[in-house]
Write a protein that binds this ligand. Structure first.
Ligand code: HMG
Length: 472
């Protein structure tokens, strides 16, 4: 933390803005077209709608629209912004960074060269790179490099899977812009406790030139849980050794985290992750005995507890018992209480929107603020824990505290108003857009007061150059 006039300076999120494309696919329509039980999407995965981009939108447009919103809302000029980072795994170019496209768009509104002073890069590590970008920019502020300017971190992605694949039901699109400074009104990050884990893996990846990822779905689910648990263990060591959290006999550090926000490739993954992490944490505490009695079965263990993810997934007997154990755990009063109190509100907006890759965690955070505030909870001083995961793979666990001025921002939050009027796509329209059968000027919505893509050059000399306009 930076020290100024003898006082420790906070650094964190001052405001947050969301841009979600207004086209969507309804989960029930999708299920019936693919011969699936709609309950699998709605109850099994927690998906009601998936946001889709129009023909004239790309991840850079989504990011620029979110940045424009946050700048206009806060009456900021480009001079107020010292850094603009874009975190994405939907890169448009192998070399040119997405923040340069975003700056080009913003300069159409704020004037040519108005962002000339503003540094930044595009960051990549699947869904976790937004968290690394936030961390790096927070440290830029803590180091005193910001000179009273803000950092703008925007996370933007289009989650697109092959037609007919098991990932197709977990698509979505959108961007979240976060304004960072040393006097944040929303959330100040806890210093010296951010923890990471990393491992070279192929659970989900997108080879160069391929539009959709190669996914090992069940492998990715388990890897997510293991990696986040490792980062959480490292976070726990740090919160205890720094004295941020002091435990009494029989307590868990999770008792001191008021809200948990998890990476949400589909909203029920949040519940799955909470069950896994809670189980890991509570196992050694006195309360576990009572919970095991209620569950009525011992915690199963795999035939080879030191085995690989493949060997655990192949252990059908263990997987079935483990599934049963998890279901029983999630039905206990103890789990229901922590689920409702700490996680449930973060899942509401993601259910309506789908996977946003880098932006999913932050849409969940935004959702948690809005829906907890609506319940009448005073959020000031509440500690928020974040469990970020990116395939490939890395996890990051960190936390922050809601600031006293939060209410001025959160009271205005309304995700439905922020998205605007939505249009449901027919399955035919969805598939035509998905398969790139429509040209970019065959857009379905008018995209007024937004940045849209108008051209991608195809002639060899300028191939790939993109032109955007702000639609008055
Ligand atoms: P699947 O294997 O077809 O689904 O695809 P399932 O059989 O596991 O069923 C899903 C849930 O629905 C289960 O609940 C079923 O019981 C339930 P759970 O056991 O988990 O509690 N279910 C039903 N419920 C009610 N009524 C029914 C019914 N049928 C089943 N009739 C999978 C699921 C997620 C694997 C697939 O969609 C997929 O591959 N998605 C893409 C990969 C992904 O999202 N992985 C998540 C972890 S990795 C990650 O988060 C990183 C990522 O965001 C990328 C990045 O980092 O960049 C993906």
């Amino acid at each position: 933390m930076r020290v100024k006039d003898g006082l420790l300076m906070a650094a964190g999120i001052d405001d947050i803005a969301v841009y979600i494309p207004r086209l969507f696919v309804d989960a029930a329509d999708f299920a019936s077209a693919r011969g699936l039980d709609p309950a699998k999407l709605q109850k099994g995965l927690g998906i009601s709608q998936m946001a889709m981009v129009d023909t004239n939108q790309d991840p850079a447009c989504l990011a620029a629209n979110a940045c424009l919103k946050i700048m206009q809302k806060n009456n900021l000029s480009p001079d107020d912004i010292g850094r603009l980072y874009v975190a994405t795994e939907s890169a448009l170019d192998e070399s040119k960074a997405m923040n340069s496209y975003v700056i080009g768009m913003l300069e159409q509104v704020y004037g040519s060269e108005s962002f000339e002073h503003c540094g930044g890069i595009e960051t990549k590590f699947a869904c976790v790179s937004g968290s690394y970008a936030l961390y790096d920019n927070t440290n830029w502020i803590r180091a005193g490099e910001a000179e009273n300017k803000h950092a703008l971190v925007v996370v933007s992605d289009i989650a697109k899977y092959d037609l007919g694949s098991s990932g197709e039901m977990t698509q979505g699109a959108g961007a979240v812009a976060m304004l960072l400074n040393d006097h944040p009104r929303l959330l100040a990050f806890d210093p010296k406790v951010t923890a990471t884990s990393i491992k070279d893996e192929y659970d989900f990846y997108r080879p160069i030139g391929k539009e959709t990822p190669i996914v090992h779905g069940q492998y990715s689910n388990l890897l997510y849980l293991i990696q986040v648990k490792k980062a959480l263990d490292a976070y726990k060591k740090k919160v205890l050794s720094t004295g941020l959290i002091k435990l009494k006999e029989g307590e868990s550090f999770l008792d001191y985290i008021d809200y948990l926000n998890m990476h949400l490739p589909y909203s029920n993954m949040g519940k799955k992750a909470l069950a896994y992490l809670v189980r890991h944490e509570w196992r050694t505490l006195p309360r576990w005995k009572k919970i095991i009695e209620k569950i009525g079965m011992e915690e199963p263990s795999p035939k080879d507890p030191r085995g690989t993810i493949e060997s655990i997934l192949a252990d059908a007997d263990f997987m079935a018992k483990d599934h049963q154990f998890t279901k029983l755990l999630t039905n206990t009063e103890e789990f229901q209480e922590i689920y409702e109190a700490k996680l449930a509100s973060s899942l509401i907006a993601p259910k309506m929107i789908g996977n946003l890759y880098t932006a999913s965690l932050y849409l969940g955070f935004r959702s948690s603020l809005e829906f907890e505030y609506q319940k009448g909870v005073d959020l000031a001083g509440k500690r928020i824990g974040f469990g970020s995961y990116g395939s490939g793979s890395s996890a990051m666990v960190f936390s922050g505290v809601i600031q006293p001025e939060y209410e001025s921002i959160v009271k205005e939050m309304n995700i439905e108003t922020e998205i605007g009027p939505r249009k449901k796509l027919s399955l035919e329209e969805y598939e035509s857009i998905h398969e790139n059968k429509l040209s970019l000027n065959q857009n379905i919505l008018d995209g007024k007061k937004e940045f849209v893509l108008v051209d991608v050059a195809t002639n060899p000399e300028f191939r790939g150059q993109r032109r955007y306009v702000f639609n008055e």
